[in-house]
Design a binder for this molecule. Sequence first.
Ligand SMILES: [Fe+2]
Length: 195
Amino acid sequence: MKELIEKIKSFEIDVNFNTLGEFIKAIHIDSINYHAFINAPENIGDYGRNILTVDPFECILINWPAGVESAVHHHKGLFGYVWVLEGELDNVSYKFDNNKLLEYSIDRYERDGLTPEPDGIIHKLRNNSKTKRAITLHFYYPAIHSFEGMKIFNLENGQVGILSKQAKTANWSLNTGHFKEILENAFEFVSLKKT
Ligand SMILES: [Fe+2]
């Protein structure tokens, strides 16, 4: 892992979606010794994070216990990739259309699978396993210094939460001070099953 962090720190070319992807694809997965870097989640139902570096782009190791998922969130001015090191991770994608949030694809990634997170997407990541954890390495540019302004979607009640700078993760289990605003009945959720 130390070698990877050194490689990131010496990355000198322009960081964009393509150069970041090429950088990751050139690393051999067997060279990543991640076990000593896994953090337990701070709260039940959450994932554990270990920020390895933020410069020139962010690299975070994430530990997803069985059944854990992120909130549905919107990338605005932020892109990256998720590389699966262990277990399986689902990327569930949505699009916003006419006050409807439409679920339109679910892609599953196994070890060595690389999930793109282009700027502008609305998605969630989940470990759908009932028994096994997933370990993933995330690369983001620019580094996430603040979640301020990020929108998250609650599929159960149609709320959209706009995070404040106090928010430490993009998650619904935050206290009210972690939201700038919560919009009620902001959308109707249409799952893949209904379409
Ligand atoms: Fe994301």
